[in-house]
Design a protein around this ligand. Structure first.
Ligand code: NAP
Length: 247
């Protein structure tokens, strides 16, 4: 028996990195998972991996900051997987530059993909969740949204906004048994953080009390916890998963 038998989950940005680990973890606990990512190649491969392991999965590629795509993703979950219980808003990008040089397009793109997608998907998702009077929404924010980071004014603003969004939505839907929480990862080894140079990585390592970078499974576990019955009285919180960075 898995902890999520009979549940249906959507994981955006589930084709690689943290999202992939979350999709595999939820599926491993019995959830049917709609895996979304920008490209068909990566979400398709994750859905195949879940199915090969005996699970139920569906891949839907597309940019979830577009209203039509967000709507189609939720519809595919309800129609093809039979409902919607869990939404993990994980899709995210960085377009780093110091504010002096930050282009308007870099600001807009980060806000759109990181923040607007969470609004669009949550809005579409709460309807079926309200009907079944059970829902869990997990927003993947970042420690950078709490402590800031030079070169990431756009990214930090999008992630801080996600925390306010989480708390406000949590207050709106708590009485319907829809719980909305955020997870703020620290430095997790993925293609997103591969881009950083060695000097910057060394500096960051010095700020992590556990003295190691995080693994994608370090985030998937807390996501599972927030979806599980063990977290039935937790809503509106932001769980920092950082190895102690930023305390
Ligand atoms: P990643 O390795 O770059 O993977 C990002 C995933 O998001 C990919 O599957 C990508 O699709 C998908 N994606 C990008 N834009 C999309 C869009 N518009 N619509 C749908 N999917 C889209 O990133 P990651 O490091 O795993 O990060 C995942 C989340 O955790 C992000 O929200 C990030 O901000 C957050 N986070 C990461 C860290 C870290 O240290 N890595 C720390 C704090 C927070 P394709 O595979 O098709 O390209």
């Amino acid at each position: 028996m898995g902890q999520l038998d009979g549940k249906v989950a959507i994981v955006t940005g589930g084709g690689r990195g943290i999202g992939k680990a979350i999709a595999l973890r939820l599926a491993g606990e019995g959830a049917a998972v709609l895996v979304n990512s920008a490209t068909e190649k990566s979400c398709g491969a994750v859905a195949e991996e879940i199915k090969a392991a005996g699970g139920k999965a569906l891949a839907v590629a597309g940019d979830v900051s577009e209203a039509e795509v967000a709507k189609a993703v939720v519809e595919a979950a309800t129609k093809e997987l039979g409902g919607l219980d869990i939404l993990v808003n994980n899709a995210g990008i960085t377009r780093d530059a110091l504010l002096m040089r930050l282009k308007e397009e870099q600001w807009d793109e980060v806000m759109r993909v990181n923040l607007k997608s969470a609004f669009l998907l949550s809005q579409a998702a709460i309807r079926p969740m309200m009907k079944s009077r059970w829902g869990r929404i997990i927003n993947i924010t970042s420690i950078v949204g709490i402590i800031g980071n030079p070169g990431q004014t756009n990214y930090a603003a999008s992630k801080a906004a996600m925390i306010g969004f989480t708390k406000s939505l949590a207050k709106e839907v708590a009485s319907r048994n829809i719980l909305v929480n955020a997870i703020a990862p620290g430095f997790i080894e993925t293609s997103m953080t591969d881009e950083l140079n060695a000097e910057w990585k060394e500096k960051l390592m010095g700020e992590i009390p556990q003295a190691r970078f995080g693994h994608v499974d370090d985030i998937a576990g807390p996501v599972l916890f927030l979806c599980s019955d063990a977290a039935n009285y937790i809503t509106g919180t932001t769980l920092e998963v950082t190895g102690g960075m930023g305390m």
